[in-house]
Design a protein around this ligand. Sequence first.
Ligand code: NAD
Ligand code: UDX
Length: 459
Amino acid sequence: MNKGKNILCIGAGYVGGPTMAVIAAKCPEYSVTVADIDENRIKAWNSEKLPIYEPGLSELVKKVRGKNLFFTTDIAKGIKDAGIIFVSVNTPTKTFGEGAGKAADLQYWEKTARAIVEHAEDSKIVIEKSTLPLRAAEAMHRILHSNTKGLDFDVISNPEFMAEGTAIDDMHNPDRVLIGGMESPSGKKAVKTIADIYAHWVPREKILLTNVWSSELSKLVANAMLAQRISSINSISALCEKTDADITEVAKAVGMDSRIGPKFLRTSVGFGGSCFKKDILNLVYLCEYYGLPEVAAYWEQVVKINDFQERRFVKNIVRNMFNTVAGKKIAVFGFAFKADTGDTRESPAIYITKMLLEERADLAIYDPEALDNAARDLKDVKGKFELVTDPYKCAKKSHAILILTEWDEFKKLDYGKIYESMEKPAFVFDGRNILNHRELFEIGFNVFPIGSTKMTHLK
Ligand code: NAD
Ligand code: UDX
């Protein structure tokens, strides 16, 4: 067995599954195994219905599964057989003890390090694919070298930059692949081994080689700066609503400055997803830890503005629906944190629906991919809500429609028909600014975009 051509990925989640499917498809001479402790998840990866929805993923997995891509719960065997081990387990925000609410919870990550020490029979390259705080690779290195078998490990940082909904495209055409390694000769050799895998489809000039610490920090900073752009534009959306400025026009004018650029300036109900908030808070914690309170406060404000935007959206709904939504049916269109994914982790929809249920609204929720996750998120939440598999039924007899996810499907619905089926006056609160507001107004809706003047028939 040529272990150098055997890749194991520990963690079969949103990162592990898609990244390994792409590596298997692009590198047919490698055998790629993805292992997880979650039996149901592995069962789903081996079934017709994959555990996550991602455009293009199912086709890709079917092409390589059983050939050079395998999913298993046998982590011990996976470790024994592989020469290269990617670790892409979850690193959520810590909820207990020192650093609770900010620092990364490294328990899952440390368990994998210990499993590698326990089961390895020879030296290996171990790659951090999970997003980790600065100096985590160093800690991994120490745990791995605590082995009493005389084994040597090279630890590499190779953060993942793909975004959900476009994961497969992002991995096929990455802006860059970042590989951070140690300065030693074996560290350099390990970096080359990993770079050679990506070089199967990524141009060499896009493969950046750095030291481990720059690589780890770059990942946190990239996420923080992306989220910062959204909070910047969302903060200005609040100002636009108080004046006659239109956030879409402002974002366009600002984004046409080539130094600023147009991307990530779409105003919204707030950013969600499993990464942004967690990674910024992790950065905030690191700054506090290293005695930089001003830097910590600067980045924490990005999260505070996001919370403000979610609260502001709900306040706006209640205020404009005559200061009460109690007992009123409200249709929620979209529960996923963004379009083209079923993922609802940290979705603004979770916070917005909870706030509306506290106001005793009667909610009907529709999402083309995220209803199973929505059911899990709202399992213990008190209040009246139903999950509906048809948008027209969802809107029927409702007083208002809220757009919380930017699904294309919502742009194509027959709003004339929807309007007819609703209570009057009928409201639309477009939390993603994706609908044709003028058209909706002409149908009869009272329309509340984000960051521009409302269009209302109310006297
Ligand atoms: P996820 O929760 O979807 O998947 C993690 C998987 O690891 C789970 O299936 C879990 O069962 C498994 N796991 C946990 N402990 C394990 C152990 N000891 N042994 C084997 N398996 C174990 O998480 P994800 O979204 O794939 O994220 C993974 C990492 O990648 C995180 O650090 C995240 O910040 C980072 N990341 C995520 C994204 C994204 O878009 N989701 C993008 C870039 C980076
Ligand atoms: C993000 C990073 O983009 C990716 O590089 C990293 O690897 C993981 O974290 P992801 O969270 O999957 O990816 O999606 P992203 O497209 O970044 O969107 C995050 C949130 O911001 C979503 O809720 C999205 O709707 C919102 N968003 C995005 C806006 O509100 N406005 C924008 O202009 C862009």
